[in-house]
Write a protein that binds this ligand. Structure first.
Ligand code: HEM
Length: 372
């Protein structure tokens, strides 16, 4: 039981001792790279002309252009990095689901949201000097699938073993996993493994709240980030059932349908680390308690009506963009083992698909040329 009187309301300043290498981190990194590369090599053989895809989050359901506006009057602890001044930036948003292959949407898996903010000035993370982007790469649940990279590698190997399996078989597998997930949830639990292999509820992707799950620096402090739907049309979509039975691209169709006549608005929120014991950096399974440190609004993302997915946009965003928590400002340096392991994984996956597709990865300086 937490004792609120013992909990500091003030953000903890980052100290290097909060981060430490996990056991066998180098071997885990090697295992992750091998497994991810294996997935991409397999999926390329199943696509037209050996088309290269992301090792995970291969299928996009929305490729959107919008704006991120930093709120005015933020308190100094929150007014850090990207959120320092009340500026508006163009953004591109990619909605995805986690597998590395392009599945029928009946195989319902957790969803991803990647945001690339463009035109950001400030001291950069090493390796991104000269660029002007800040990426946020999020999934629709508050905590990661495993406490450590080593634990995650086990689950990833299971996911990899289902790559390119006969789609019919996967759909049956998914229905079974969804049934099992409902049973587990009815007794108050949740199985990330079952969800990741097809046990996710068949809900509308625009009703989801997305989370960074693992922390980043916020200037001298540490924070997690969430992106929450707030416009009335989107609130109606929270937990809304979507029939994906005979709709291989049902999620994308639903996103296209929504943006044909609606705009969308999300709130960007930050959760400050106010107690390093309750809100650790190196345990990715630890959900930071919102009762102790609430997610606080720092910006709004608005996306106007538009064609929410097109082949032309896919050719640019799916094939030539790379979203990574390591693209951004030094003030938002990713923290902890999961974040460290993501660096080389995202670089490898992006470079592999670039070489498979004989196309360079580009980091945009403006979105003026983004096609509709
Ligand atoms: C050790 C842990 C992780 C590894 C090894 C990993 C690996 C990867 C890789 C290789 C990609 C494809 C990159 C590309 O080709 O551009 C990717 C994409 C993605 N990952 Fe992770 N990931 C990890 C953790 C996470 C976490 C914690 C989140 C969010 C909470 C996340 C969300 C996403 C999303 C949304 C995408 C799609 C990005 C896009 O639209 O381009 N991943 N991940």
């Amino acid at each position: 039981m937490l004792k609120p009187t013992l909990v500091s309301p003030f953000p903890v300043r980052y100290e290097a001792r909060f981060e430490h290498l996990e056991d066998d981190e180098a071997a885990t990194e090697k295992g992750l790279l091998e497994t991810l590369r294996g997935i991409s090599e397999k999926t390329a053989t199943a696509t037209a002309e050996g088309h290269g895809l992301r090792s995970v989050h291969a299928k996009s359901h929305g490729l959107l252009r919008g704006e991120l506006r930093v709120l005015t009057g933020l308190p100094p602890v929150l007014a850090q990095g990207l959120f320092t001044s009340p500026m508006a930036y163009p953004i591109v948003m990619r909605l995805s689901t986690i597998p590395g292959d392009l599945l029928h949407d009946r195989v319902s898996t957790p969803r991803g949201m990647a945001i690339k903010v463009v035109g950001v000035e400030g001291e950069r993370l090493a390796g991104t000097e000269g660029q002007v982007t800040q990426d946020f790469v999020l999934v629709n649940g508050p905590r990661f699938a495993a406490p450590t990279g080593k634990g995650f590698l086990k689950g990833l190997k299971l996911l990899a073993s289902t790559t390119n399996k006969a789609p019919g078989l996967k759909k049956v597998f998914s229905a079974v996993a969804r049934g099992a997930e409902k049973v587990i949830e009815s007794v108050g639990g949740e199985s990330t493994t079952l969800k990741s292999i097809g046990g996710h509820p068949e809900t509308h992707i625009l009703g989801e709240t997305f989370y960074s799950q693992v922390p980043m620096l916020l200037g001298p402090y540490m924070a997690k980030l969430s992106v929450v739907p707030v416009s009335p049309g989107m609130l109606l979509l929270k937990n809304a059932h979507l029939d994906l039975h005979d709709k291989p691209n049902g999620l994308r169709d639903a996103v296209l349908d929504f943006f044909s006549s609606h705009s969308a608005e999300w709130e960007v929120r930050l959760q400050l680390c106010t107690d390093i014991n309750l809100m650790p950096i190196e345990d990715a399974l630890a959900e930071w308690p919102e009762a102790v440190s609430a997610y606080l609004p720092v910006a709004r993302v608005t996306v106007p009506p538009q064609t929410a997915w097109s082949e032309a946009r896919s050719a640019v965003i799916d094939d030539t963009y790379s979203f990574s928590p390591w693209h951004g400002l030094a003030a938002h340096r990713p923290l902890g083992a999961i974040m460290r392991l993501r660096k080389s994984a995202y670089e490898m996956s992006a470079q592999l698909r670039a070489s498979q597709n004989r196309q360079a990865i580009q980091e945009p300086r403006s979105l003026d040329d983004l096609p509709d």
